[in-house]
Design a binder for this molecule. Structure first.
Ligand SMILES: O=C(O)CCC(=O)C(=O)O
Length: 218
């Protein structure tokens, strides 16, 4: 796939399901009808747990800013990656997961073939132009039989979807506002990441991309 695909109006067809692996797919535009409810719920979460830039165990500052909601929140610092019940910044429990986040994730998972998804953690990533996410696996969750549901809002992105080894070839998958990627089952531990976000302006979100990934972590 190439960047030219951003110009492809087909990608904005809500209801389209693009398979990207045996048990992984992109649900095009799936979140669009939910956006009006997602954004106010997100704003409430961010009052309690504002975005912050985290440091990797290797000492690098991540370019995306992160927050979390749900019973467990993902954090990173010099001691490693892990889920915690308390937000290390405030010392208080992470904000509750808004019901609209949970419902959207459950419906997306079901549409992708994963019944009975019970997310207990939602990592929220904020990318300003230039920010990226390096190739990694999501493997801090205790239950790896549950899928990851990843909701994209705002500026477009190129999602990298690789194999089970970091060096495997990656697919470059354009993601637009409202798209949801779901990966689980045999694809659950595939490496993935995001190329640097290009400058731009989104009518609802301005110069940023937001991503929510919902997982069963505990
Ligand atoms: O921003 C994205 O689309 C992916 C985020 C991601 O890979 C993660 O949070 O683990």
């Amino acid at each position: 796939m190439t960047l030219d695909l951003f110009a492809d109006a087909d990608l904005q067809q809500p209801g389209r399901l693009d398979s990207i692996g045996a048990q992984s797919c992109v649900l095009r535009g799936f979140a669009l009808p939910w956006v009006e409810r997602l954004l106010p719920a997100l704003a409430e979460v961010l009052v309690q747990a504002p975005f912050r830039q985290m440091v990797t165990p290797g000492g690098f500052t991540m370019s995306a800013s992160l927050s979390s909601c749900g019973a467990l929140g993902w954090t990173s610092d010099r001691d490693g990656y892990r889920y915690t019940r308390l937000d290390p910044q405030s010392g208080r429990p992470w904000p509750a997961m808004p019901e609209v986040f949970r419902q959207l994730a459950v419906e997306a998972a079901r549409t992708a073939g994963f019944e009975h998804f019970v997310p207990d953690a939602c990592l929220i990533n904020r990318y300003l132009p230039g920010a990226k996410m390096s190739l990694h696996q999501d493997r801090n969750e205790r239950d790896l039989t549950a899928p990851v549901v990843s909701v994209s809002l705002g500026l477009p992105a190129i999602f990298l979807f690789g194999g089970h080894a970091r060096s495997d070839r990656t697919q470059r998958i354009p993601l637009l506002h409202g798209d949801i990627v779901v990966w689980g089952g045999v694809d659950r531990l595939r490496f993935h990441g995001v190329l640097p976000i290009k400058d731009g302006h989104h009518p609802q979100l301005g110069a940023e991309r937001l991503n929510f990934t919902l997982r069963t972590a505990g």
